[in-house]
Design a protein around this ligand. Structure first.
Ligand code: SAM
Length: 215
């Protein structure tokens, strides 16, 4: 199935996305630097951009930068005085992202904070209006707790890779699936956020994302 999913993704991209040499260069730079190709797909990146635009986001938090591909999509949705803070553990990934962000002309809008996100999240101030969680999945429950602490009322919170080829419904799984299940337990128990989750297929396989609004 992946072949037809990819073809359809490419069809949508060719129809709905203008030529994008900056994004093409980001993906090439990531490959050249030896980063894993685990960034969001072009259609998912455009979805993040559109959601941030719909929200009118001005202060975005991203957990999990990689080479800055999704950071750049999101930051493109920001107004002139908007800011995006992105958290990344790997200095090598952060340095690749820094160069990509500079090339995209967004250095004045994006701050990369290097370190383990659970260590750097407590250094941030409350008031984010859009939060994208896309780092190591075993820590997803902790990331959601911090997202709820740092969000302003009405903030959008998105969690990526929550389906994991359908393994979310299997018993006895790896740490990433266990982390994602605990993430859903928290979402389900929390009275602070109203949420749902959507399954997706595409060039990145079978996965999905959760989407919620902080009350
Ligand atoms: N959001 C990126 C995109 O779509 O372009 C992809 C992010 S990738 C799926 C996950 C990133 O989280 C990796 O770069 C990884 O180094 C980073 N990461 C892993 N553990 C982390 C941690 N404890 N704190 C912060 N970042 C972490």
């Amino acid at each position: 199935m992946n072949e037809i999913w990819s073809q359809v993704d490419h069809y949508f991209t060719s129809k709905l996305h203008p030529e994008d040499p900056v994004m093409d260069a980001v993906l090439q730079a990531n490959t050249d630097a030896g980063l894993p190709a685990i960034d969001v797909s072009p259609t998912q990146g455009k979805l993040l951009y559109l959601l941030a635009k719909m929200k009118g986001a001005k202060n975005i938090l991203e957990i999990g930068t990689l080479g800055g591909y999704s950071s750049i999509w999101l930051a493109r949705a920001l107004p002139e005085d908007g800011r995006l803070t992105t958290l990344e553990y790997s200095p090598k990934h952060a340095e690749t992202a820094r160069k990509n962000i500079e090339h995209a002309g967004l250095s004045d809008k994006i701050e990369i904070v290097v370190g383990a996100a659970l260590d750097t999240l407590p250094t941030l101030s409350k008031g984010f209006d859009f939060i994208f969680i896309d780092a190591d999945k075993p820590n997803n429950p902790g990331y959601l707790e911090w997202a709820l602490k740092l969000a302003q009322p009405g903030a959008v919170v998105i969690g990526d890779n929550v389906v994991r080829d359908g393994r979310i419904v299997d018993e006895g799984q790896d740490d990433s699936v266990e982390g994602t299940k605990k993430f859903f337990d928290l979402l389900s128990a929390s009275s602070e956020i109203d949420s749902t989750a959507i399954q997706t297929v595409g060039s990145k396989g079978y996965d999905g994302f959760s989407l919620g609004i902080v009350k």
